[in-house]
Design a binder for this molecule. Structure first.
Ligand code: GTP
Ligand code: MG
Length: 555
């Protein structure tokens, strides 16, 4: 294995650049196994954070010459990278090579003057004004904008119907929906801009992204989960204290960690609301199990959820990052299942009795651990590979697992995505949800410790169920749709529909709302017989497919 720093400093071809970008996003190439060393989660976070600190966000006039714009900014130092995007105006993200360039640009920037009063704040979010409006002819250049949104359903259907195979369909969906390099940069930049505001109260605080923005399963348009990390404040740089003296900061004490978190988030929420450039619709949701401040960052278009004191969630993101990067099939499968669930309203952006994307991801990981041979290792196995520096205990919970994913042996499983998709639906179409719990730590079903309809053990806080919110009827809807989808894929196998026919096929057929409609229609009319029919069909498929796989591959 070549050391990572060698890889990074080698002169880049376009392909190598793309590979590097994919690496730093935690994206393994799909289709073929990528054997280049993959970065640790902490390395990616550190690099991206440092990159964001050298970056500024600029609202530009619509008609602007890119060349002159870059020349103007280069007065403050060399520019490493830039792109434009549209969101209620034309915005530029400009990454300087050095952090000092940002300070230099800020030193020549004035506070906006207008009819309204302003609250002074020297942020890294600027307005660019033209001293003289351009003449119609001179500044007409059209600026290429980076796309920040996922494709429309129409475009997605077209792409899926034109794919060559079901495997190709899953990989296409992944390619179209995954976060782009620019979108990832914008996410880290937004965190960094919010950090500047929070730092007014808490110098040395850090705002870190977590959840799907960083765990490899983020889809264009997903929310931006942020964590306010105050741990750096408590760290002292001096290692030893001399003599018999020990210095402590005077601090205010409160009754519990939860109250401290609520108080901190409350002031940060006020601060974002009153002084945060581009922060709108600030809501403080402090009585939730995990208190948070929700707001929209208007310029980037991100819906942001800011939490504090939530280190376990960051560790969960790291674990999912590892699973997403271990095998190229994982992300393709998770994206398709999430998309399938969204298409059938199994998931929703409104909180409620629905399955969440996080739970669905856990279900896919669990399913992949159950294959023979497994596609993914169990969390317990990842713990056995950990060394001393990986040790991590948070609030008494053992969150230890290996952080260097290059030391995890690749899977010997060679099943196609098409087979895995079909088997996923069959597996959960027949899962004994009434008695069993899903547990990625051990990678096998456990008896349910409590009576919630769906029980998915929280991998680190093992007494908790991450899907406690899911109602029996939502679980039943999931099971019905999983059975129906397995059945559709099985029928296609038998009928061999040609990709050239105009009918939606494979994954496209599974995303059609008519599947859900026909199910609820059938349910209204004669619920039991329809369910039983599909179940019987599945059982017959199962026995024949077991025979087939024994015959063909000996698995
Ligand atoms: P999106 O739907 O794409 O936003 O996926 P997400 O993984 O970011 O989910 P979400 O924004 O709902 O939550 C962000 C992170 O919080 C998740 O990735 C988990 O790490 C954590 N999280 C979410 N829900 C739960 C839960 O019910 N229990 C626990 N322990 N953690 C959760
Ligand atoms: Mg999220």
């Amino acid at each position: 294995l070549r050391p990572i720093h060698r890889l990074l400093s080698s002169p880049g071809t376009v392909a190598a650049d793309t590979r590097r970008e994919e690496q730093s996003l935690g994206i393994a190439e799909t289709g073929s196994e990528d054997r280049t060393p993959k970065k640790r989660f902490s390395e990616v976070q550190k690099e991206r954070r440092e990159q964001a600190q050298r970056t500024v966000l600029i609202l530009c006039p619509n008609k602007i010459s890119e060349k002159k714009f870059l020349k103007y900014l280069s007065q403050h130092g060399p520019i490493n990278n830039h792109f434009f995007f549209e969101s209620f105006g034309l915005y530029a993200v400009v990454e300087f090579c050095q952090k000092e360039s940002v300070a230099s640009l800020q030193s020549v920037t004035r506070l906006s003057v207008g009819t309204e009063a302003v609250i002074p704040f020297r942020s890294r979010f600027f307005n660019l004004k033209l001293k003289n409006p351009p003449s119609q002819t001179s500044e007409q250049s059209c600026i290429p904008c980076s796309n920040q949104s996922s494709p429309s359903s129409k475009k997605l259907f077209e792409l899926l119907c034109n794919a060559e195979s079901v495997d190709d369909q899953l990989n296409t969906l992944l390619k179209e929906f995954q976060l782009t390099e620019e979108n990832t940069k914008l996410r880290y930049l937004t965190c960094s801009l919010i950090e500047d505001i929070a730092a007014a109260y808490f110098p040395y605080c850090e705002i870190r992204p977590f959840g799907s923005s960083v765990n490899g399963f983020g889809k264009l348009g997903c929310d931006l989960d942020m964590l306010l990390d105050l741990d750096e404040i408590g760290k002292s740089s001096a290692h030893k204290t001399s003599g018999n003296f020990l210095m402590e900061f005077q601090v205010k004490n409160v009754a519990s960690e939860r109250i401290a978190t609520q108080k901190i988030l409350s002031v940060i929420g006020e601060c974002l609301d009153h002084f945060g450039p581009g922060c709108v619709g600030v809501q403080k949701i402090l009585n939730a199990r995990c208190p948070l401040v929700r707001f929209s960052h208007q310029a980037s278009g991100f819906q942001c959820d800011l939490t504090a004191n939530n280190r376990i969630a960051l560790k969960s993101s790291e674990l999912l990052y590892i699973y997403s990067a271990l095998d190229s099939r994982v992300r393709a499968l998770v994206f398709s299942i999430r998309c399938w669930a969204r298409a059938h309203s199994l998931t929703s952006s409104i909180p409620g009795a629905w399955i969440t994307n996080f739970s669905l991801t856990m279900m896919v990981i669990f399913f992949l651990q159950r294959r023979s041979p497994p596609v993914l290792p169990t969390l317990d196995y990842l713990r056995t590979l950990a060394d001393a520096e990986d040790k991590c205990i948070i609030e008494g919970h053992n969150c230890t697992f290996i952080c260097d994913l290059n030391r995890i042996k690749p899977s010997e499983n060679t099943e196609t995505l098409e087979l895995l998709l079909k088997e996923f639906f069959e597996y959960f179409g027949n899962f004994a949800f009434n008695k069993n719990s899903i547990n990625i730590r051990q990678g096998r079903e456990q008896n349910k410790p409590e009576s919630s309809p769906l029980h998915i053990q929280n991998p680190f806080e093992t007494s908790l169920n991450i899907s406690k919110n899911v109602s029996q009827s939502q679980l039943q809807k999931f099971v019905d749709l999983a059975r129906e989808s397995a059945w559709i894929l099985h029928q296609e196998d038998k009928d061999h529909p040609s990709p050239s026919s105009n009918q939606p096929w494979g994954l496209a057929a599974l995303l059609l709302p008519s599947v859900a409609n026909s199910m609820s229609h059938a349910k209204k009319k004669k619920k039991k017989p329809a369910n039983e029919r599909v179940k019987n069909l599945l059982e017959s498929i199962k026995s024949s497919s077991t025979e087939n796989s024994t015959n063909t591959s000996g698995k």
